[in-house]
Design a protein around this ligand. Structure first.
Ligand code: SF4
Length: 333
């Protein structure tokens, strides 16, 4: 049986930097809190918590004084910095540079179009992202809470196309859905109103798409390892499933079902930008341990599906689709 870990999966540089900053501070003996989960992966959070990192939420942060707090890669709205200043909180700011640059762009656009634009029309800053996601809260904060968030293509209908519209994206959203939204807006803008879109999707996620799809097609079974709260995890997992229906999302090795291995000769293990390599290695070890059991089951000809649970998953027997070899251009770069 072949078991392969996708080389392109694992922490992006933004998450790696945040974790390194946390580890460095904890090793120096300082007490450190992190505002929100440092990464959308429960097992990595637990590892850092065991080193002394304390995870706090915003409510607790607002009551905190004279402490050191790490801001994770997702970034924060201006109100967080204001609270830190008034409560004498030392910030270790691990906001990813890509997110920081996006915050600045949105702030600049908001300040230049606030109220009515130079043409006298009302203007809207629109963010394609997940409502309530930490990064999106940080982006909306740059507009004094006035930006409109759209989560899906269907939500785009609620926009007022007589206004000027400036469209941005959360860094981890799907590039193809973003392009569909752009197209819809272009078709529906009222004559004379301005529409500008800015492709602000992080290439740490978008560039993984073609290779992870190819990886998924290559294997009979795919184990996609990631926290269920991970935004980029959802995007990458859905892409894997599209290319290999025999893909399972797991948070860790304990969720691997031995029945999935029945008749399988090739397993791919991959994950999100928030998935630690060590966790994918643990999944590989778990599968290694299970494969002897799987082989025994195969040899004994235990083909009665009832023996493997109520709803056994069948291996992917579809003819692999051709990889997407299109190059995606970034509009308005
Ligand atoms: S996905 Fe991109 S923007 Fe988000 S933390 Fe990672 S590198 Fe930064």
């Amino acid at each position: 049986m072949i078991i392969e870990i996708d080389k392109g999966s694992g922490f992006c540089f933004g998450v790696t930097t945040a974790i390194e900053k946390a580890e460095e501070t904890l090793r120096s003996g300082r007490q450190l809190s992190c505002l929100g989960d440092i990464v959308h992966n429960g097992m990595e959070c637990a590892r850092l918590n065991s080193m002394g990192l304390v995870t706090i939420e915003h409510e607790e942060f607002s009551r905190l004084h004279d402490a050191t707090v790490l801001l994770r890669a997702h970034g924060e709205p201006p109100s967080t910095y204001a609270t830190a200043q008034s409560n004498n909180i030392t910030l270790i700011d691990a906001t990813c540079p890509v997110v920081l640059a996006l915050q600045k762009r949105i702030k600049k656009m908001y300040e230049s179009t606030r109220g009515t634009d130079s043409d006298g029309r009302l203007s809207d800053i629109v963010i394609f992202g997940k409502n309530g996601h930490a990064e999106v809260l940080g982006l909306v904060g740059q507009t004094e809470g006035n930006a409109i968030v759209i989560e899906h293509l269907e939500d785009v209908r609620k926009l007022d196309f007589s206004h000027n519209i400036y469209l941005y994206s959360q860094t981890t959203k799907s590039l193809s859905e973003f392009h569909q939204i752009i197209e819809y807006c272009r078709e529906h803008m009222e004559k004379g109103a301005t529409f500008e879109s800015f492709d602000t999707i992080c290439r740490s996620v978008a560039n993984r798409m073609p290779s992870i799809c190819e990886f998924a097609r290559k294997h009979e079974l795919v184990l996609f390892v990631c926290g269920r709260k991970s935004s980029n995890g959802k995007v990458l997992y859905n892409a894997c499933r599209e290319h290999n229906p025999n893909t399972h999302l797991i948070e860790g090795p304990d969720e691997i079902d031995v029945a999935w291995l029945q008749g399988i000769d090739s397993i791919g293990i991959c994950g999100a930008t928030s998935t630690p390599k060590w966790l994918m290695e643990q999944c590989r070890e778990k599968v290694e341990g299970m494969k002897d059991e799987g082989r025994r089951m195969k040899e004994e000809g235990m083909k009665d599906e009832g023996l493997y649970g109520n709803s056994p998953k069948r291996p992917n027997t579809q003819t692999p689709k051709r990889p997407n070899t299109q190059t995606t251009k970034r509009p308005n770069d």
